[in-house]
Design a protein around this ligand. Structure first.
Ligand SMILES: [Fe+2]
Ligand SMILES: [Fe+2]
Length: 159
């Protein structure tokens, strides 16, 4: 088996860019905890990212990418399971700190699974028509306009 990374198809690149933002969210949550940022501020940002970026990203994957392999495929079953689990963590209203800590590790793992395993497989088997659908139907998500950048606070304080 070759170990060379597979070049991402253009149709899939926007999804990979969003993964980068997802990994950043995990990092920001981690920073927030490390520097004792008030839980509500971390949660408000996580809620904003869920509604504006992550949920629409999951929806687009489920609608346009996952059908390439089909619901019976074990990788797709894993991906659906992780989407459901992450949705319930983002929607947790009581054990918020625990949920955010779990999101921080599990969203990271989910993205790495998609980037290293699932997307390679989808790219390998997708037809030209399927890649067109993946490309065409994906709405490019807007920028992250959140104002309360708590993850930058620590840097400021050190100066
Ligand atoms: Fe996903
Ligand atoms: Fe994803």
């Amino acid at each position: 088996m070759g170990t060379k990374p597979i070049k991402r198809h253009d149709a899939i690149k926007p999804y990979s860019r969003e993964h980068h933002h997802g990994l950043l969210l995990c990092w920001k949550i981690r920073e927030g905890f490390k520097h004792n940022i008030e839980l509500k501020r971390i949660k408000d940002y996580a809620d904003y990212m869920w509604e504006t970026q992550i949920k629409p990203h999951f929806d687009a994957e489920e609608k346009y990418m996952f059908p390439v392999l089909g619901k019976e495929h074990e990788m797709i079953q894993q991906a659906y399971k992780e989407h459901r689990r992450l949705a319930s963590l983002f929607n947790e209203k009581v054990e918020i700190q625990k949920a955010l800590e779990t999101i921080q590790t599990e969203l990271d793992e989910h993205i790495r699974f998609e980037e290293r395993v699932l997307f390679n497989k989808i790219q390998e088997v997708a037809t030209k028509e399927e890649l067109d659908i993946i490309d065409k139907h994906h709405e490019n998500l807007g920028a992250d306009n959140w104002q309360d950048n708590f993850w930058k606070e620590f840097k400021k304080k050190r100066k």
